[in-house]
Design a protein around this ligand. Structure first.
Ligand code: 5GP
Ligand code: ZN
Length: 106
């Protein structure tokens, strides 16, 4: 069993609501939101960070998932953030893309 918190969420261990999902990724609300809307786009496949990702197709799919999840959430204007590495503020070492909209405190 994986120790990774996002893998556990993907596996449904915490009954986390997915606001959007597709073949490649799940999207759920950040537990500690830094904006009026703060979503996380998380690939189903465990990849530690952008530095460990070498799958160009998956990277493209993830960005398309960002767009689709934002649209599904009714967002026209939003910021995307990927923290890569501890010094840059990465806390969860399973690649994810933040979607932030509204009043952003980041
Ligand atoms: P990072 O700093 O790694 O880029 O972002 C990790 C994000 O995951 C943080 O914004 C944090 O609030 C969020 N987070 C950490 N643990 C959980 C959790 O168990 N559930 C949810 N929904 N978000 C989490
Ligand atoms: Zn993981």
């Amino acid at each position: 069993m994986s120790e990774c918190i996002f893998c556990k969420i993907i596996n449904g261990e915490f009954n986390t609501e997915f606001v959007y999902e597709d073949e490649y990724a799940v999207v759920f609300k950040d537990i500690n939101p830094k904006a009026d809307t703060h979503l996380l786009v998380v690939p189903r496949k465990h990849v530690e960070s952008l530095n460990e990702l070498d799958d160009e197709v998956l990277l493209g799919k993830l960005m398309m998932t960002v767009k689709k999840a934002a649209k599904a959430a009714g967002l026209k204007s939003y910021r995307t953030v990927i923290n890569t590495g501890k010094e840059a503020g990465q806390e969860v070492f399973h690649l994810h893309i933040h979607i932030l909209a509204g009043s952003i405190k980041l």
